[in-house]
Design a protein around this ligand. Structure first.
Ligand code: PLP
Length: 292
């Protein structure tokens, strides 16, 4: 029976372990001394699963996610067997027994000295919060990240652009947003420039130009959704560009979106307490280009 928001009742999660296959979703998969638990030493991907027209479940942009996970694993010097992961993801996706879209987490840990790397795929229903925010848009606050915009240049040990498991700061930023009555955050550098959101890329439009913030020396994570959006937007007649901008320049944009794989692009309806006009036509064009 559908729920009040039109979705099916929450489907059971699916868990698949590297080297093992699909297991009961509540199975223990990490030892107490696993580096993921003791150090946050590993990397992950967050992806979206959908049922295709052929009736098979498929992960959106799987190649882009695996390419980024390969780069993350390389940066962390953790072995990553892409073919084994593709098999595991296919097995887990086939076990997802619901027509509803879902969130897929791929997690690779350094593991333990005796067991070697640990990896698993976890598929869970899309959260009610993601569904709600897609409809309402986002109230966003800016928070200082405390680093200068070029802090990651020539410092590969800082793991800029690497999707590590160390997201405690990002989660703390969400709690600060909630404490201030907001839904999400845009981080600013100590030199006052717009960086990224804790789990999303920042994209904005001025006329028919779409902008995002540059990776590299900023340490910003290159978003797979932002990249797909810019490729498709370019063929749909948009100009695309990367810019480091101040908060005032961002406030002057026509529309601002926080863009990520599972929640999709969501427009910002308030930034640091200033309400923003919604542009439903532009917003639906951007959502469609992102596959939402
Ligand atoms: N930036 C950060 C810091 C993220 O954690 C994420 C995703 O979780 C993104 C951007 C968006 O990346 P993607 O579009 O690949 O989901």
């Amino acid at each position: 029976m559908p729920t009040t928001d039109g979705s099916s009742p929450a489907a059971a999660s699916v868990l698949a372990v590297l080297g093992v296959g699909v297991v009961a979703a509540d199975s223990p998969v990490l030892r107490a001394d696993d580096a993921a638990a003791t150090r946050g030493d590993g990397c992950f991907e967050g992806c979206r699963l959908r049922r295709g027209p052929d009736g098979a479940n498929a992960v959106d942009k799987l190649d882009a996610h695996l390419a980024r996970m390969t780069r993350s694993a390389d940066a962390l010097a953790i072995p990553f067997d892409e073919r084994a992961w593709r098999r595991l993801i296919a097995e887990a996706a086939a076990a997802w027994n619901s027509p509803d879209e879902a969130a897929v987490k791929l997690l690779l840990s350094r593991g333990t000295p005796t067991s070697g790397p640990t990896g698993f795929v976890l598929i869970t229903p899309l959260s009610a919060e993601s569904r709600r925010l897609r409809a309402t848009g986002l109230k966003v606050i800016t928070l200082a990240r405390g680093l200068e915009s070029g802090a990651f240049a020539d410092a590969p040990w800082l793991l800029g652009g690497v999707k590590t498991l160390s997201y405690a700061v990002n989660m703390a930023a969400f709690r600060e947003a909630e404490r201030r009555g907001a839904d999400d955050v845009v981080f600013l550098s100590s030199d006052g420039l717009v960086l990224e959101a804790p789990t999303a890329s920042v994209v904005w439009s001025v006329g028919r130009t779409l902008f995002t913030t540059p990776t590299g020396a900023t340490g910003i994570l290159g978003g797979t959704t932002q990249q797909l959006l810019f490729e498709r937007a370019a063929t749909a007649g948009w100009t695309t560009a990367e810019r480091l901008v101040t908060l005032d320049e961002l406030q002057a944009a026509d529309v601002i979106w926080l863009v990520s794989s599972v929640r999709g692009p969501v427009d910002v309806v308030e930034l640091d307490g200033k309400p923003r006009t919604r542009h439903p036509d532009l917003d639906s064009e951007i959502r469609r280009l992102c596959g939402f």
